[in-house]
Ligand binder design. Structure first.
Ligand SMILES: [Ca+2]
Ligand SMILES: [Ca+2]
Length: 480
């Protein structure tokens, strides 16, 4: 297995002109290739890989990701999600809408998960738009929390030609002991090495891409492994790596003084040494599960290169939300208004995108994904979309009227509805309880000391007004 993987990896490096793992482009990272001005004559394929709960700190520890995508495409430093929770974020990715518009506000309950999404949103998604434009579409992996509760186990939503979705409501282990609905047939998987979820999804994805390429059909692949979501169970081949990894000991780690914070943080006890050791083991396990996702990416890119379609395929790598790893005493929570939860990795490679390029300036959101994929595919975008296509940003072109701030909404953990406005300088939070937070992100990037009690009231009022504008936006008003 390892030998085969090593050979696939080497053939990928050779096929794509790479000489060494982690080594940069043939011209070196300092001399990126000029962007291609001409779009491919055929419509591009699109592969969208979505990790689950992968935060930006863990992303930075992934050993092969830079060579696989980062150094070959564009990395966005200011990628945020409109709600840092699985189902609301996935609903935003699939529809291009804010949670306050698609109304999938939680993972469970009447306003949560698959039930809420199926009720109002499934008939118009990136899948239905791209399929209507002539694309062959596939969802492989995690669809929505609670799928397929209240529907038949063989239920396949509209818009998907290939459907290999995990039955999320029938597994607690995610990586092992699960069921896949494979185009209407439910198949069980166990605990054997060959049943490991990420690898099974990879094989299904390779088969779908191979068939589409042979049939000369442009394809859209939405590939969503469960990694590194808890319980993080690594593949046996990765089970002993990264021994001794720690959760990042940043200035906000196990924050001693939380008197500046809202009640939901003040109510969290400091972590004990035993709890910190447990968190470190959890982070080690999460990182191990990401090695299988790197194998997945490598296998996907190898297949594209071997079929000479790598230069007409866009590959996205993103996460649905981040995760708290002990910052402000918050341990593996996510639906909270802090940077580590709301900011996500986003890397894109493909035709017209410069190698080793970085966007440090523009706020891009999960609601921008659907309109971006639609523009790349030449598909029509319905007016219901709140996000904007970032195709010009992918190419490094200037977009003067691009948004200057981002908002992430939250419902679960903060003691009521909350929302955070992120501007280049500030992170400003309002909670339904009447509590506020304000951080100067340039001087306090770890959000250790909230300034809300001593801030200029004019500044607070301006931030509050802007926050209300976005949390009440709809369609075109969100895009302004
Ligand atoms: Ca998630
Ligand atoms: Ca503090």
């Amino acid at each position: 297995m390892l030998n085969l993987r090593a050979r696939l990896w080497m053939s990928f490096l050779v096929a794509t002109g790479w000489t060494a793992c982690g080594g940069g482009s043939p011209g070196g990272p300092s001399s990126p290739a000029p962007p291609t001005e001409v779009l491919p004559s055929r419509r591009p394929n699109i592969v969208f890989v979505l990790a689950d709960d992968l935060d930006f700190r863990t992303t930075a520890m992934m050993p092969r990701l830079p060579a696989l995508i980062g150094q070959r495409g564009r990395t966005f430093d200011r990628a945020y999600v409109t709600q840092s929770l699985c189902a609301p974020s996935r609903a935003s990715i699939l529809t291009g809408q804010f949670p306050h518009n698609h109304r999938v506000l939680d993972n469970t309950g009447p306003d949560g998960g698959f039930g809420a999404f199926r009720r109002g949103q499934e008939s118009s998604t990136i899948a239905t738009w791209l399929r209507a434009a002539g694309y062959r579409t596939a969802l492989i992996g995690k669809y929505m929390n609670g799928y397929p509760t209240a529907a038949r186990p063989d239920y396949v939503p509209p818009g998907w030609d290939e459907w290999d979705a995990q039955l999320s409501d029938l597994t607690a282990d995610r990586y092992v002991n699960y069921f896949l609905n494979e185009n209407g047939t439910v198949n069980p998987y166990g605990v054997a090495d060959a049943d490991y979820e990420t690898d099974v999804l990879t094989q299904r994805a390779l088969s779908f891409m191979d068939r589409s390429i042979q049939d000369k059909k442009p394809f859209f692949l939405y590939l969503a492994p469960d990694a590194p979501h808890l319980p993080a169970i690594p593949a046996p081949r990765h089970a002993t790596l990264f021994f001794g990894t720690e959760a990042p000991r940043v200035p906000s780690f196990n924050e001693p003084d939380v008197s500046d914070k809202p009640a939901f943080v003040q109510n969290a006890s400091p972590m004990t040494p035993a709890e910190i050791r447990k968190l470190d083991r959890t982070e080690t396990a999460r990182l191990r599960t990401m090695l299988s996702v790197e194998d997945m990416l490598a296998d996907v890119l190898t297949l594209l290169a071997a079929n000479q379609v790598l230069d007409e395929t866009y590959v996205f790598f993103m996460s649905d939300n981040g995760l708290m790893l002990g910052e402000h005493r918050l341990v593996t929570t996510k639906d909270v208004p802090y940077e580590e939860a709301i900011r996500v990795p986003l890397m894109v490679m493909g035709p017209g995108i410069s190698a080793a390029s970085q966007d440090e300036e523009h706020f891009v959101l999960n609601v921008d994904i659907a309109p971006t994929l639609a523009e790349l595919a030449g598909a029509a975008v319905p007016d219901s979309v709140d996000g904007r296509s970032m195709v010009h940003l992918l190419r490094g072109e200037s977009v003067p009227d691009w948004r200057k701030d981002a908002v992430s909404e939250s419902i679960s953990y903060t003691g009521g509805l909350s929302a955070v406005l992120r501007t280049p300088q500030y992170a400003y939070t309002e909670i339904e309880s009447g509590e506020h937070e304000l951080y100067d992100m340039r001087n306090d990037p770890y959000q250790v000391s909230s300034l809300h009690r001593r801030a200029d009231p004019t500044l607070m009022a301006a931030l509050s007004s802007r926050l209300a504008q976005i949390t009440g936006c709809r369609r075109a008003t969100c895009r302004q």
